[in-house]
Design a protein around this ligand. Structure first.
Ligand code: TXA
Ligand code: MG
Length: 315
């Protein structure tokens, strides 16, 4: 099988309804979608990604009401975040409803829920009467895809259809917020800045993304974003890139450098850096380099999520 790449949300919805796997564009990264209420489709998602069954999936639907129907209860602060941030790059972890197959939640008593913002996936979700389970559309442990071509490269022979919605606008996975003992807690830094969550809630939130063999968000393993070469993170890189050693800067300006010098955003823009991050990590992986030096970015806004990915990639 070789995936068909198309732009028809109607066809994507039809295939999902028939139990097939479809890659879907979201504003964060491409997802590998399947009917979350169909245990066979969910099992196929895990096997297409080589994903361990202890790592649960996010459910997607087109409106807060439609997706929150799969939570057993919704704390006030979750409701506030849903109202302020959805559709958008935020995932809420809430007590699960009984209708969801155990495989989706890896047997946890909570479920991850999200309303994505990309217009094409929203058209798909509007057309189906089930939530769509969608992990990032990459083999387990690899960098998330931000174009249809990335999906086709890595999973093209394992899925039926790729809905091409162009390059992802945000470029980083959603921020995950859970409510253990009622306390809002960030489990994964992502496309919604922690500062924005705090300003919606009017208070500081806990950030607990340090991973171990049993992390709170099981997919946040330390080495999760490894491009497969030795990667060193620094505050400022002095050297030039060579064919064997790439250098990735942030805010390096217009100075002309060689073909092995990359810049996440020459003008020092964090949103642009987020958008470019996974594409540059892929270039490091496929460019024939033995190693790379990567500059960290300022530790605020999306910079916190970017640095989190860079530090994990360097482990
Ligand atoms: O932006 C995104 O969130 C993308 C797009 C496609 O929506 N999806 C995505 O899915 O990044 P995935 O499967 O690559 O990452 C989901 C993360 C994993 O780290 C998983 O462990 C965590 O969510 N997760 C899922 N359910 C959870 C739960 N009940 N409690 C804690 N963490 C959970
Ligand atoms: Mg992922």
């Amino acid at each position: 099988m070789r995936a068909i790449i198309g732009t028809d949300p109607e066809e994507a919805a039809r295939r999902l309804s028939a139990g097939q796997l479809v890659a879907l564009p979201t504003e964060t990264v491409y997802g590998l979608g399947g009917n979350a209420l169909n245990a066979t489709a969910v099992g196929n998602i895990f096997s297409a990604k080589n994903r361990p069954s202890f790592d649960p999936l996010i459910l997607h639907q087109s409106t807060p009401d439609r997706v929150l129907a799969y939570a057993d209860s919704v704390p006030d602060e979750a409701q506030q975040l849903a109202g302020a941030c959805w559709p958008g790059p935020l995932t809420l972890v809430l007590p699960r409803a009984a209708a969801i197959p155990d495989l989706v939640t890896s047997g946890l008593d909570t479920v991850a829920l999200r309303v994505p913002a990309h217009p094409l996936i929203r058209e798909v979700l509007d057309r189906v009467d089930f939530p769509v389970a969608a992990p990032s559309a990459n083999p387990f442990g690899y960098v998330s895809p931000v174009t249809a071509a990335h999906v086709a490269d890595q999973l093209g022979d394992r899925i039926d259809y790729i809905l091409d919605g162009g390059p992802c606008r945000v470029g980083l996975e959603s921020t995950i917020v859970a409510f253990p003992r009622g306390e809002p807690t960030v489990l994964r830094k992502g496309g919604t800045a922690v500062e924005d969550i705090e300003s919606v809630l009017g208070r500081a939130v806990a950030v607990r993304t340090v991973s171990s063999s049993r992390p709170a968000a099981p997919g946040m393993l330390v080495s999760h974003y490894s491009p497969g070469i030795a990667l060193r993170v620094v505050d400022r890189a002095g050297e030039r890139g060579t064919p064997d050693h790439a250098v990735v800067r942030f805010g390096g300006g217009t100075e002309t450098r060689g073909p092995h010098d990359y810049d996440l955003s020459a003008r020092g823009d964090l949103d642009e850096a987020a958008r470019n991050l996974f594409t540059v990590l892929r270039q490091l992986a496929t460019g024939g380099y033995g190693s790379a030096t990567v500059e960290l970015v300022p530790e605020h806004g999306l910079g916190r999520a970017i640095n989190d990915r860079l530090r994990r990639a360097s482990k």
